[in-house]
Design a protein around this ligand. Structure first.
Ligand code: TRP
Length: 331
């Protein structure tokens, strides 16, 4: 059976981008593959969370993974920092990751631009840690959003480089993967690029948002003055709303509003109202479970301990073999 690995950085509540880009895929894949899903708390250290925030954020992601339907009996769910073998592999891979290629990564350049005062080495080697996360379980499929494709390419590079250096084929190549559809990009509500927590207040819809909060954010989404000719191409902020509709609404609803846009009869207020209601319906089953699971400390503890043990078993085997390949020997 093929192995699947994916993680989400623990920066707090999951948004629709996390859900449709990744978690929804996790839930489907757990029935068909040997799955490892983790909470990337080590990656979150690049932005220096306080101890209280760090734990709260990890807990929130764990709760929402479970509320979204990841089953700890089917998939291995764990917290990245509970598996220290990952950091050891990260160190080995760092020896063959070149600063030039790391500096050229799009996500690194974006982060440097966004936070020029916090260009730490962890940020530079973020893709190396991510590669370690994946290849430590020898995964071949990685359910992620479109924004992670370059990171996957780097993971293949680092695994292949290790193989070449030690003249073997130990690590298989991991590829970005989506069940059914193509990799999705979930846009935010600010009229610009992707949905993300760091893209500003109101840009992201969270799984834990109340219906009221969802309505408010969607109604404030950026729009333009409306189409000026029939069948014109949609500007990005409008295309974004249609892209979101494609994900949460029925095909009929999408076609209805697309037709109104093309005939210049569209009222953005109506489109937003519909979009908000469809988002509320889509997230309702998850929202209902979040509070219950969050209050069950004993269950969360049990899930984390069980998952860490399973993940470590796999990771320890890899580290044993990697040490042997590199040439570390016991006296
Ligand atoms: N970089 C991913 C993101 O920002 C999170 C991540 C870390 C990840 N390690 C991973 C995703 C390993 C898949 C596999 O969303």
């Amino acid at each position: 059976m093929e192995t699947v690995v994916s993680g989400i950085r623990s920066t707090g509540n999951l948004h629709l981008g996390n859900y449709y880009g990744a978690v929804q895929n996790f839930v489907k894949m757990q029935h068909e593959y040997n799955c490892y899903f983790f909470i990337a708390d080590l990656h979150s250290l690049t932005t220096h969370p306080t101890p209280a925030n760090l734990h709260g954020n990890v807990k929130q992601v764990l709760v929402e993974y479970l509320a979204a339907g990841i089953d700890p009996e089917k998939a291995t769910i764990y917290v990245q920092s509970d598996v220290p073998e990952v950091t050891e592999l990260y160190l080995y891979l760092n020896m063959n990751a070149y600063t030039g290629e790391l500096e050229r990564s799009t996500s690194f350049k974006d982060k440097v631009r966004a936070n020029p005062d916090n260009v730490n080495a962890g940020l530079l080697t973020y893709p190396v840690l991510m590669a370690a996360d994946i290849i430590i379980h020898k995964a071949t499929k990685v359910p992620v959003g479109k924004d992670q494709e370059q990171h996957l390419e780097m993971a293949r590079t680092f695994g292949n480089r290790f193989n070449r250096l030690y003249n073997n084929d130990y690590f298989p190549e991991p590829y970005a993967f989506s069940m059914g559809k193509n990799l999705v990009k979930i846009p935010g509500l600010d009229g610009k690029g992707k949905m993300g927590k760091s893209e500003g207040e109101g840009n992201a819809i969270f799984l834990s948002d109340t219906p009221e909060a969802i309505r408010k954010k969607v109604m404030r989404a950026v729009t333009d003055g409306g189409p000026t000719t029939e069948n014109q191409e949609k500007p990005q902020e409008i295309q974004n709303l249609f892209d979101l509709m494609k994900v949460v609404s029925t095909p009929d609803t999408y076609v209805h509003f697309d037709g109104l846009y093309n005939s210049m009869g569209i009222r953005y207020g109506d489109l937003k109202k519909q979009l908000a209601e469809d988002m509320i319906v889509a997230t309702q089953p998850i929202r209902e479970k979040i509070t219950d699971i969050a209050n069950d400390a004993a269950y969360l503890r049990q899930v984390a301990i069980y998952g860490a043990a399973k993940a470590r078993e796999s990771a320890q085997k890899t580290i044993r073999e990697v040490r042997e390949i590199i040439g570390f020997r016991k006296f």
